[in-house]
Design a protein around this ligand. Structure first.
Ligand SMILES: [Zn+2]
Length: 374
């Protein structure tokens, strides 16, 4: 492990000043992470929970109540609401006709005539009204829509839970905190061995040259891979990228030659693993065994699970700091299910600080992101 220290002369000078403080701080963090029961917070697009934007529509007052159903059928055929499908079309004798923006140079009567002559005789008056521009996703937004116009609403229990303070049960919270505590214990182990400073105390300015990643398979509650950081020697060997590479090794892949010895079952540095097994006696280490169809048919091997995961499918990833754009995209490609981090990375964090990749609709995989450990 001494290779790390060779390239670290300038940061070491600074580290010496803070050393005593720094280790005390990590110990404090280690205690705090496990002892507090503050609920974790999801990092989502604020737009999801923000008040719905409002738009204007033209409303017609129908002369004959008995003609409502027929009229709605005719309107749905000739004047479908398209982007306003979430609105209920009728409120008592009032019917939503079209967005006001459709009537730039024409009156509503002319517009109705253009759609179908039969529509011109049905209404006795028209008015403009405010309505929600987007469908309500949360119950609080749905309640707000009542002020304007009735909306269709399909409650999403999971989304409601994500926006509450109770995303996780007390036991789940405890487990997430246990794995985050492991991240800090590994950080301390790594810092002590390499002389890298974790950064200043009492702030989120953790050294930008350091991250630590613990990857867990929640289906068997076992630590699958742990990686510290090697970015000072290799520009893209951030701990997340190394951890994903170690997960790939559990699936007979892996791109990088690592010069320290890894355990064959849990792809973790052997010395670190032995240390962690003492520190975390109740935590399991190791991955599920997968045998590819090709191997099983050729060699008559008993198949334990043919549908092994693709890289991090279903896995939880615990990190000291919010990952950068490269690492976050790596986690998207690796299909991680949930990401947990402790410190914001205000410089180039891609899950909260500078961007929120988990909210980019055009990406083909989305994970959930949680923070709020301290
Ligand atoms: Zn990174």
């Amino acid at each position: 492990m001494n290779e790390y220290t060779d390239s670290l002369q300038p940061p070491l000078k600074k580290a010496k000043l803070d050393e005593a403080d720094m280790f005390m701080t990590i110990d404090k963090y280690i205690d705090l992470i496990a002892s507090t029961d503050k609920p974790l917070k999801v990092v989502l697009d604020e737009v999801v929970s923000a008040p719905l934007p409002i738009t204007k529509v033209c409303i017609g007052h129908i002369k004959d109540v008995k003609a409502i159903s027929k009229t709605v059928l005719l309107l749905n055929e000739k004047m479908p609401l398209r982007e306003l499908q979430h609105l209920k079309r009728v409120r008592k004798q009032e019917i939503v006709l079209c967005p006001s923006s459709y009537l730039k140079d024409t009156s509503i009567k002319q517009y109705l005539a253009g759609c179908d002559e039969k529509l011109t005789e049905i209404f006795d008056s028209f008015k403009e009204a405010d309505v929600p521009m987007l469908p309500p996703k949360l119950k609080s937004q749905f309640d707000d829509t009542r002020k304007y116009w009735p909306c269709n609403f399909h409650p999403d229990k999971y989304l409601e839970k994500l926006f509450s303070d109770n995303v996780f049960s007390a036991d789940e919270n405890k487990l997430h905190r246990l794995y985050m505590r492991m991240v800090f214990v590994v950080t301390k182990w790594f810092c002590e061995r390499t002389g890298i400073s974790i950064g200043h105390v009492n702030s989120n300015r953790v050294s930008k040259d350091l991250n630590v990643t613990v990857i867990v398979d929640p289906s068997i509650n076992s630590v699958v891979a742990i990686s510290t950081d090697n970015r000072l020697k290799h520009p893209i060997q951030h701990s997340v990228m190394l951890a994903i590479d170690n997960v790939a090794r559990t699936q007979k892949g892996g791109a990088w030659d690592i010069d320290h010895k890894l355990d064959d079952d849990a792809f973790i540095d052997l010395e670190l693993l032995n240390f962690l097994k003492m520190e975390f006696r109740n935590v399991k280490f190791g991955h599920r065994k997968f045998v590819s169809k090709r191997d099983s048919s050729n060699n008559g091997i008993e198949v334990l699970d043919q549908d092994g995961p693709y890289l991090c499918t279903g896995y939880y990833v615990y990190m000291l700091r919010e990952p950068c754009v490269m690492c976050s995209m790596g986690l998207v490609h690796a299909r991680a299910r949930r990401i947990f981090f402790c410190f914001d990375n205000e410089e180039d964090g891609a899950l909260k600080s500078k961007a929120k990749l988990q909210t980019v609709a055009s990406l083909n995989h989305h994970f959930e992101v949680f923070t709020g450990f301290l």
